[in-house]
Ligand binder design. Sequence first.
Ligand SMILES: [Zn+2]
Length: 119
Amino acid sequence: MELDLDLLAYLVGKGSRHMEEAVEGSGYLPKTVIGLGTFLLDIEGDVDLLTAKQKVTYERFLKPLLFEVPCQGISGPDTCRGDGVIEADLLLKSYREDEFRCRRCRDAVAALESDSFRQ
Ligand SMILES: [Zn+2]
């Protein structure tokens, strides 16, 4: 799994609220996780260079934001028409637009919208 550095840069910068939300209630400080994200950017996403402790933090908070983001479906998570996970190439777009949908759900929503325009 190649780490998407553009996505990581967004999450430690403009999109840091997603980091903060992920950390909320965990007892970790957002700055710890954002700091780790910044460090990962510096080492070009080479997770193997992290210490054991950093890896735990990475697996718990960063990896789910970078790889395993669930699709919110057409009208809720159980209405996803894909496999329930947003494709890697759509993640940055999803964060930027705050629309967490996989490709098939995006297509379905676009089709629904164009239908309702026609009526
Ligand atoms: Zn979906």
